[in-house]
Design a protein around this ligand. Structure first.
Ligand SMILES: [Zn+2]
Length: 362
């Protein structure tokens, strides 16, 4: 092992000890150990503060920020030794079974850490952390993906036909076929590897479509000086503890790793989110004085403002047949308060009479 690598492992251990990460590891291991079940992969989330780590050791801090997959390997090795030395999980056999998810608390507020998918070029092949933000415009159902799998050599006489030598773990940006496939071969005897299905570990995955907040400005007429503009939505992956964390229409700031997903002949840039937070700008949008005046005139009733808007807005321009839907969605979004995530959010009741319940459901 190179002296640099050894030094980084030492620092990682010191950081874990000081930041409380080691105690969290011990607690997380207790859950696995108590279950008495043998898993292919033991997954640990480690929160890292890049500033604190960089102060301890610049090389490790740099690696976390710029080569997070390599940095995770350092923590993987440290955690494996810790688990083994302290006998935290009896069932654990190999280092490959430890899966580490590093979650930076923040990134340096420098332009090179901001990813705007509105601006080219962006370096989507770099596999490192970026900050970005966007508005959720669509989201899929939560589905399962393979978090980890155990493979065995199909040749009975080979020593790797048992044990936990071949463990495949999902890495940010990888597709399902990178984790589980049927053309892996044994590195010892080149026989094909077979998955031991009993040990497949599934996690939750949700695909969310986001758009840059600048797109809203287009609707507000602020792009008038630029006759041509194009804003492309982008897909973000929310996995495991992050699935079901977002709501349509809300704006979020997140840290993630860009990834290129091959979709037939087309490559799509996606972002594998690591950390996501609701973002409410303090200075909301550009509301005209007339609009504010209308709001003040109607402020004596919670419903009046929404009702007036729904009645007067866009009746001339919306496509035929969608006017009522538009009115309804405006009403629904307007009667809802902004702080929908807080428990004290005051919801207004809305009575809808319709023959088409599907639209109301949506
Ligand atoms: Zn083999």
């Amino acid at each position: 092992m190179s002296p640099e690598l050894l030094k980084m492992k030492e620092v990682a251990l010191i950081y874990l000890d000081r930041s409380g990460g080691l105690q969290k590891l011990v607690d997380d291991c207790k859950y696995y150990n108590d279950s008495k079940q043998s898993y292919a992969v033991y997954r640990f989330i480690i929160s890292v503060n890049p500033s604190d780590i960089t102060e301890l050791d610049a090389a490790l801090g740099n690696q976390i920020l710029h080569e997070p997959l390599k940095a995770a390997q350092i923590f993987q090795s440290v955690c494996f030794i810790a688990v083994k030395t302290l006998s935290l999980i009896e069932q654990l056999q190999t280092e490959a079974q430890i899966s580490i998810v590093l979650k930076p608390t923040h990134l340096p507020s420098l332009p090179s850490y901001v990813l705007s998918l509105c601006e080219f070029p962006f370096n989507y092949m770099s596999q490192r952390f970026y900050m970005s933000e966007g508005i959720v415009i669509a989201m899929g159902m939560v589905t399962k993906y393979t978090q980890g799998a155990r493979f065995l050599c199909s040749e009975d006489s080979c020593p790797f036909s048992e044990g936990f030598r071949y463990i495949r773990v999902h890495l940010p940006g990888a597709t399902e076929s990178a984790t589980v496939r049927n053309d892996f071969v044994c590195s010892l005897c080149t026989s094909p590897l077979q998955e031991d299905m009993k040990f497949r570990v599934l996690g939750d995955k949700q695909l969310v479509e986001m758009i840059d907040a600048k797109a809203l400005r287009a609707f507000q007429g602020h792009f008038n000086n630029k006759p041509h503009f194009r804003i492309q939505s982008f897909t973000v992956f929310l996995r495991d503890e992050l699935s079901n964390k977002v709501k349509i229409g809300n704006r979020y700031r997140f840290i993630g790793i860009p990834a290129c997903v091959q979709n037939g002949p087309q490559a799509t840039v996606c972002i594998e989110v690591n950390n996501i937070q609701l973002y409410t700008p303090k200075d909301p949008s550009h509301i005209s004085d007339n609009f504010k005046y209308l709001l003040s005139l109607t402020s004596n009733s919670c419903w009046r403002f929404s009702a007036i808007l729904a009645n007067i807005f866009a009746s001339q321009v919306v496509p035929p047949g969608t006017y009522n839907t538009l009115k309804l969605s405006m009403l629904l979004s307007l009667v809802q308060t902004c702080d929908e995530d807080t428990e004290t959010a005051g919801y207004l009741d809305l009575l809808v009479a319709t023959s088409d319940t599907l639209i109301v459901d949506r």
